[in-house]
Design a protein around this ligand. Structure first.
Ligand code: ARG
Length: 459
C-alpha cells in the first residue's frame, strides 16, 4: 500500500512504479533525509505538536534506521518511490502508528528541497578541499619555475616570452575564482526550506529557526512557493562545476600539446600516462584527455537542468526529480577528475632547455626591440613598423634579431645601439615586465605570496 494510497481505488501499474521511482539515485541522500527528519521530529515535540515521547521514539528509530542503512542491512523498495517514502515506510514498519506522525506539517516537496540543499552543501565542501589541493600544486610548480622561460602564445603562435611559473599562476587565478564561486553557491544554498509544506506553508506552529539551527543552516527561506519550486542552487552548482571543468580542460589541452613530440615541453610521469595496445612506443596523456572529455558531460548536465526548469510553472513539478541524476553526475565527475589531475600535474617533468630554446625562436623579443626604440624617442607606431621590417629581413636571412651585427641593425634605425642586445635577451624581456600581474620574477613571487595567503585563509 502506498503512503498516499487513500484516494486510490487500485494499485499503481508496475511500469508506472518503475518509471516514477527515483530511489535508485536519490538513495544517496539517505543521511540528509534522516537528519532532516530527526530535526523535524524533535521540533514537533518541542512545539507540542506531537508529544515528547512520540518525538523521541521517532528520533531513536530514525537513528537505528540510519545505522542499519550504513551497515548495509536495509534494502530500499522501488514501489516506495523515493528516499523520503522509503525512510518513512521503514519507520512505520518499526514503530507503527507513532511513525505516521513524522510527516506532520511537512511535504515531500519541502523535504526534497531540504535534502538536496544539505547534500549540495556537503559536496561543495569536499570539492573545495580537492580544489585547494590542486591550487597548492600550482603554487609549488610556480615556485620551482620562476626562472623557467617559455614562449607565451596567442593564436597558438609564439608571442612573447613568459615563465612556466607565470603560466601556472594564470591557472591559479582561474581556480581561485572557482573556489570563490563555490563559496557563493554555498551561501545561496545555505537556506532551510522546511515549513514551506507542499507550497503554501502550514497551519502548525513549526519552529523553523530551531530546525535551521539543528541542521546547520545559516538562513531560512522566505517564500514557501519559491522554496519548493526553484532549483537555482542546483543549476548554480552545475554551473560552477562546468566552469571549473572548463578550466581544467584548458590546462589538460596544454598538457596534451606540451607532452607531444612536437612540443616536448614536459614529460608525464609513467604512473600518470598509458600505453597503446598496438604501438609499443606510445605514451599517451589519457588522464588529461579524459578530464577534457568529461568536461563535456558536466556542460551537458548544466544544459539539462536549465532546459528542464525553464518552462515550469510554480510550484513543485515532478520534472524536478530529474535534477538529481544531472547534479550527482557533475559532482561525481569533478570529484573523480580533481585528485588524479592534481597528481598527474604534480609529477610532470619540465624540459626547461627545450622551453627556453622554443622561447628564443619565432621573434618573441620583437615587441621588446620596438619598445627599445620607443624609449629612444621613436613613436610606438613607427617603432612597430621598423621592427616589422627588421623581422621580415631576419626571416629572409634565417637569423634572429639578436644575431644581426649592429651595423646591419642600424640600417633599420639609427637609434639601435649596443645596449639593444641586452634589452632583447629573453631574461630581460621577462624580467623588465615587472608590472603588477606581469611575468617578471619579482612580480610572480608577489603573486605566489598572495596566492598562498589566500589558500591559508581558507584553512
Ligand atoms: N522524489 C521527488 C523529487 O525528487 C520528491 C518530491 C515528490 N513530491 C511529489 N509531490 N510527488 O522531486
Amino acid at each position: 500500500m502506498k503512503l498516499w494510497g487513500g484516494r486510490f481505488t487500485k494499485g499503481t501499474d508496475k511500469s508506472v512504479d518503475d518509471f516514477n521511482s527515483s530511489i535508485r539515485f536519490d538513495c544517496r541522500m539517505y543521511k540528509q533525509d534522516i537528519r532532516g527528519s530527526i530535526a523535524h521530529a524533535r521540533m514537533l515535540g518541542e512545539q507540542g505538536i506531537i508529544t515528547k515521547n512520540e518525538s523521541s521514539s521517532i528520533c531513536n528509530a530514525l537513528e537505528e534506521i540510519l545505522s542499519d542503512i550504513e551497515n548495509g542491512m536495509v534494502e530500499f523498495e522501488n514501489d516506495a518511490e523515493d528516499i523520503h517514502m522509503n525512510v518513512e515506510r521503514l519507520l512505520i514498519s518499526r514503530i507503527g502508528d507513532v511513525g505516521k506522525k513524522l510527516h506532520t506539517g511537512r511535504s515531500r516537496n519541502d523535504q526534497v528541497a531540504l535534502d538536496t540543499r544539505m547534500y549540495i552543501k556537503q559536496e561543495i565542501i569536499e570539492i573545495k578541499s580537492m580544489l585547494v589541493g590542486l591550487e597548492e600544486t600550482l603554487l609549488s610548480l610556480a615556485e620551482q619555475n620562476l626562472d623557467t622561460i617559455m614562449p607565451g602564445y596567442t593564436h597558438l603562435q609564439r608571442a612573447q616570452p613568459v615563465t612556466f611559473a607565470h603560466h601556472m599562476m594564470a591557472y591559479f587565478q582561474m581556480l581561485k575564482r572557482d573556489l570563490e564561486r563555490l563559496d557563493d553557491c554555498f551561501g545561496r544554498t545555505d537556506f532551510m526550506p522546511l515549513g514551506s509544506g507542499a507550497l503554501a506553508g502550514t497551519t502548525y506552529p513549526l519552529d523553523r529557526k530551531m530546525v535551521a539551527e539543528e541542521l546547520g543552516f545559516a538562513q531560512i527561506t522566505q517564500n514557501s512557493m519559491d522554496s519548493v519550486s526553484d532549483r537555482d542552487y542546483v543549476v548554480e552548482l552545475c554551473s560552477c562545476i562546468s566552469i571549473l571543468m572548463m578550466h581544467l580542460s584548458r590546462l589538460s589541452e596544454e598538457i596534451i600539446l606540451w607532452s607531444s613530440h612536437e612540443f616536448n615541453f614536459i614529460t608525464l610521469d609513467d604512473a600518470y600516462s598509458t600505453g597503446s595496445s598496438i604501438m609499443p612506443q606510445k605514451k599517451n596523456p589519457d588522464v588529461a584527455e579524459l578530464v577534457r572529455g568529461k568536461t563535456g558531460r558536466t556542460i551537458g548536465n548544466l544544459v539539462t537542468l536549465l532546459s528542464m526548469m525553464k518552462s515550469l510553472p510554480l510550484a513543485y513539478n515532478k520534472d524536478m526529480q530529474e535534477d538529481k541524476e544531472a547534479v550527482f553526475d557533475s559532482i561525481d565527475t569533478v570529484k573523480m577528475c580533481l585528485p588524479v589531475f592534481t597528481k598527474m600535474l604534480a609529477t610532470i617533468k619540465i624540459n626547461k632547455d627545450i622551453m627556453y630554446t622554443a622561447a628564443g625562436l619565432g621573434f618573441t623579443n620583437a615587441t621588446d626591440a620596438a619598445d627599445y626604440l620607443v624609449k629612444k624617442g621613436v613613436p610606438f607606431r613607427t617603432a612597430h613598423e621598423i621592427t616589422g621590417k627588421l623581422v621580415l629581413h631576419c626571416i629572409k636571412k634565417g637569423i634572429s634579431i639578436e644575431n644581426l651585427p649592429l651595423t646591419e641593425l642600424q640600417q633599420f634605425s639609427v637609434h639601435f645601439e649596443n645596449d639593444l642586445y641586452n634589452s632583447i635577451r629573453l631574461e630581460s624581456c621577462v624580467n623588465y615586465r615587472n608590472i603588477l600581474g606581469g611575468p617578471a620574477k619579482d612580480a610572480v613571487t608577489g603573486s605566489i605570496k598572495s596566492g598562498k595567503a589566500f589558500i591559508d585563509s581558507l584553512k
